[in-house]
Ligand binder design. Sequence first.
Ligand code: F3S
Length: 421
Amino acid sequence: MPLTLTDHDRALLSGEHGPAARMAMSIIVRMAEVFGAERLLNIQGAHIDSALYMGDATLEFAERLASLGARVVVPTSLNVSGVDERGWREWAVPPDWAEKARRQMAAYQGMGCAPTWTCTPYQTGFKPRPGQQIAWGESNAIAFANSVIGARTERYPDLLDICAAITGRVPAVGLHLKENRAATLLLRLVDVPHELQADDSFYPVLGHLMGKLAGEGKPAVLGLQAAPGEDQLKTLCAAAASSGSVGLFHLVGITPEAPTLQAAFQGREPEQTIDVTLDMLRAARRELTSAAGQALDMVALGCPHFSLAEFRRLAPLLQGRRRHPQVRFLVTTNRAMAARAEQAGLLEPLRRFGGQVTLDTCILTTPMLPPEVKVLMTHSAKYAYYAPGLLSTQVVFGELEDCVRSAVEGRVMRDESLWGT
Ligand code: F3S
C-alpha cells in the first residue's frame, strides 16, 4: 500500500507552514516511504538527541533549521548537550568545541525545545503516559519509555527526532504499532538468588547480558522475584540498549504490557528460549571490566544521569571521607536534578569529599577527560561498555560502595561476595 497523507500532511509538505516545516515533513515522508509505512500518526511528545554537538555538520543543520523558523509543535525535551556551559573550564574541553556546542544548544532552545539537557527525561518532568505515541531519541530513554512506562516510540536517530517534533507526525511503523510490540525471545532466570536480584548491581549486569542475547529482538524476562525500583530499571535499560539494540523488553509481572507471559508474547510462541544462569551473569559482569590490577585514575558515576534518589544514596557513603588526591570523582547529571540535590543538601557532602558534578552532558558526549585518565571505575554498564572504545580508557565495573571505597583508597577495591566470586 502506498503512503496516504492527510490534508494537513500535504499542507506541511507544500510549505504552507513555513520552510522549516516543509523541510522536516519532506524528511518524515521520505523515511515513511523507506520503512514502507501506509500512514503517518500524531505524536504527543518528543525527546531530541540531535542537539548534541558532534561537529560542524550537526551545528550547521541546527542553525539552518533555526534560521528557517523551525518550531516544535509538541512538548519536546532535550537530551544531553555537547558541553557543560558552566563547568567545562575545569576539564579538558577545547574552547572552540565549547563555543560551537553552546551555539547548537541555543539553536534547539530557539525552536521551542525545553532545556532539560538530560538522558533521563522521564525523571525530570517529561514522563509520557502509558500508551502515548512519542518520538524519542537516546537509547536508554527509548527502552525506558517503551518497556517501563508503556509509551510507544520507535528508536529515533538524530535529525529524524527533531523533524518529528517540528511536524508532530511520524511513520506508523515498528514499535508504534501494538502488533510489533510482542516479545520474541524468552529469557528465564533460573538460579539467581533473591538477595542478588534485589541489589542495584544486578540490573546493569542483567541488562548487559540481555542486550547481548537479544540483539535487535524483544526479550521477555521470566523469573524476576524482586520488585526493581525506577533507578534499577533505568540502569537495566541503559545496559540492554548498549550491548544490544533493545528498544523494548518485557519483565513478566512487572512492566505494563506484560502482566503475564502470554500477554508479553501476545499469545504467540517465543522464537527462542534461553535459561539465564548465575554463571552467565557472572561472565557478563566480568566482561564489563577491561582493566587488570588496582591502578585507578577516576571514578565516574551518573550514567544515565544521576537522580535525586541516587544522590540520596551516595551522600551517606561520602560522609566524613575524602577522595584520594590522585583519583578524580565525578557525578554526571542535569541542571534541574543538581538544583534539587543542592536544595536537599546532597551536594555539600560530595564537595567535601572532593567530588565534582558535571551538568547536562557526560564523559562520552563532551571531550572533557584529560589524557592522564587511563583507568576509570564506574557502576554504570553503559559507561563500562563504551569507555574503552570511545575514550580509550580501561574500565573497572563495580558497585557504588566499591567505587567510593576505591576513590578513598586510591586503588581498585571490590567486594565480590554478593556475586559468589
Ligand atoms: Fe546519559 Fe551519557 Fe550515559 S548520555 S546514558 S550519561 S552515556
